[in-house]
Each structure stands twice: as structure tokens, then as C-alpha cells.
Design a protein around this ligand. Structure first.
Ligand SMILES: N[C@@H](CCC(=O)N[C@@H](CS)C(=O)NCC(=O)O)C(=O)O
Length: 252
């Protein structure tokens, strides 16, 4: 069992960011799936906060994807996730912050909207511990019953996100890094937030290629998802899906 363990929600983009960071460093790790709600109480006890991702590295617990990137750079210096040059580092941090906030918000809202309209997505995204019958029942419910109408994305919100993705699609160049000569935290942060817009192979066969209608299937965004898939190849994430260990809080 590797000494590094990631506490995660399997389909959280911030956990995907942590998995990409670990892959980029070539660090073997185990994952532990956290049950939303009850499992987060245990996480709060361990780490002082309730969000995932949390990385356990021996006796050290690191909460949050930004702190995880710094921890991994201090543990394994090559390749550096945060560039050494101060100006390049500043650019990388600004990209990361933008991806973790504005892009993350737009992508999350668009996925919620898609999930409310797509039974297959809804069932596939339920926590893995959800029993089969409950998954079927939830998958069959109308979307606004499951999510609440207030959570739905406005048309203007979707258009704003599409506009942003159009700029990104123009900016990326095949699998090339966004900044400098090698991939850094900027690339990983952006790629991670694209996770639910069009699921990569690493999300598993049930989800791969699916996502938000009007984005996942729109030719305008193909270069962006191709860039993302090439980044996955470059950091060695490919379609590797580590097997989660069960959440011990499920068993008292
Ligand atoms: N700033 C954090 C954000 C992490 C985050 O938003 N995690 C979400 C899952 S995507 C979470 O744990 N949500 C549960 C909660 O807030 O209770 C990071 O960079 O890791």
C-alpha cells in the first residue's frame, strides 16, 4: 500500500486536480472515497475542515488542492508544479486561481444543469456507495425534483461559460503547456475543471465522453478537450482509475 493516500469524492474536479498533480509527479497513491455528509465529519476530525481533497502523506495531512501542489513540490522537486521564475510563478498562480474560482463555478453550474436533464449522468455520478435500487429511483426522478429549480443555470450563465471556453480553445495549442516550457499547476488547474464538462477516460467507461450538452458535443470546443486529453497523456493519468478503499465511517 503506497504511503500517500488521497481522501476524495471520485467525481470532484478538485480531487481530479489532486490526482493529476500526483500523476505529474509520478507519486503512487491510494484513494479513500469519502461519503458525503457522514464521511466529512470524520474528515473534519482528522484535518480541521470538511472538504476534499485531503492528502495524507505519512503523518502529514494536507487539505486543499493548492496546498497539495506546494506539498508535492517540496516532496518531489521535478517536475516543478510551481515555476521557479517569480513572474512565471505569478502567472501560474493567477491561472490556478481563475480556474479554481470562476471556471470552477461555471463548470459546476453547467454540470448541475446537465445532471438535472440527463438520467444517465445523474445515476453515474451518485456516490459509489449508493445501492443499485436507490440509484435507479433517483435516476428516474425529474431533474428539478432532485436539484431544486433555484440551482439551475441561467441561459446567460451557460453562454458566459461557452464564451470563456471559446477563448480557452483558441489559446491552447495541441498538448502544449499554457505557460513556459513544461506543464505546471496552471495546466492542471484548468484541465481539472474541464472534468465534468466532458468527462475524460479516467472518469470510467460509464462517463467518458459524456458531459454538458452544447459543450461536450460542440466542435468549437474539440481543440480544448483534445488539449486536455493530451495533458492527461503527458502527466501519465491516461485512463488509470485507482481502486478506492471503502470509507471506514460507513462501518461505524
Ligand atoms: N479550495 C478547495 C476546494 C475544494 C472543494 O470545493 N471541494 C468540494 C468538492 S469539489 C467539497 O469538498 N465539497 C463538500 C463541502 O463543501 O462540504 C481546493 O482547492 O481543494
Amino acid at each position: 500500500m503506497p504511503p500517500v493516500k488521497l481522501f476524495q469524492f471520485r467525481h470532484s474536479p478538485f480531487c481530479e486536480k489532486a490526482r493529476l498533480l500526483l500523476s505529474a509527479k509520478g507519486i503512487p497513491y491510494a484513494v479513500q472515497e469519502v461519503t458525503p455528509g457522514v464521511g466529512q465529519v470524520d474528515l473534519l476530525r482528522r484535518s480541521g475542515q470538511r472538504q476534499v481533497p485531503v492528502l495524507q502523506d505519512g503523518d502529514v495531512l494536507v487539505a486543499g488542492s493548492v496546498a497539495i501542489a506546494r506539498h508535492l513540490d517540496s516532496k518531489v522537486p521535478e517536475p516543478l508544479l510551481l515555476p521557479e521564475d517569480p513572474r512565471e510563478r505569478a502567472r501560474a498562480l493567477l491561472w490556478e486561481n481563475w480556474a479554481d474560482t470562476a471556471l470552477a463555478h461555471g463548470a459546476r453550474m453547467a454540470l448541475l444543469q446537465a445532471v438535472s436533464q440527463d438520467n444517465h449522468l445523474r445515476k453515474a455520478l451518485l456516490p459509489q456507495a449508493t445501492p443499485g435500487l436507490l440509484r435507479d429511483v433517483l435516476g428516474a426522478l425529474p431533474g428539478d425534483v432532485v436539484l431544486g429549480v433555484s440551482q439551475l443555470f441561467t441561459r446567460a450563465g451557460l453562454q458566459q461559460l461557452q464564451h470563456t471556453l471559446e477563448q480557452l480553445a483558441t489559446l491552447v495549442d495541441k498538448g502544449a503547456p499554457l505557460l513556459g516550457a513544461q506543464h505546471c499547476v496552471a495546466d492542471v488547474a484548468v484541465a481539472a475543471q474541464l472534468y465534468g464538462l466532458k468527462f475524460p477516460a479516467a472518469a470510467g467507461a460509464e462517463l467518458a465522453g459524456r458531459g454538458v450538452a452544447g459543450i461536450a458535443d460542440h466542435p468549437l470546443f474539440e481543440p480544448l478537450f483534445a488539449w486536455r486529453d493530451q495533458l492527461y497523456g503527458a502527466v501519465g493519468r491516461g485512463d488509470h482509475v485507482p481502486a478506492p478503499s471503502p470509507d471506514p465511517s460507513d462501518h461505524g
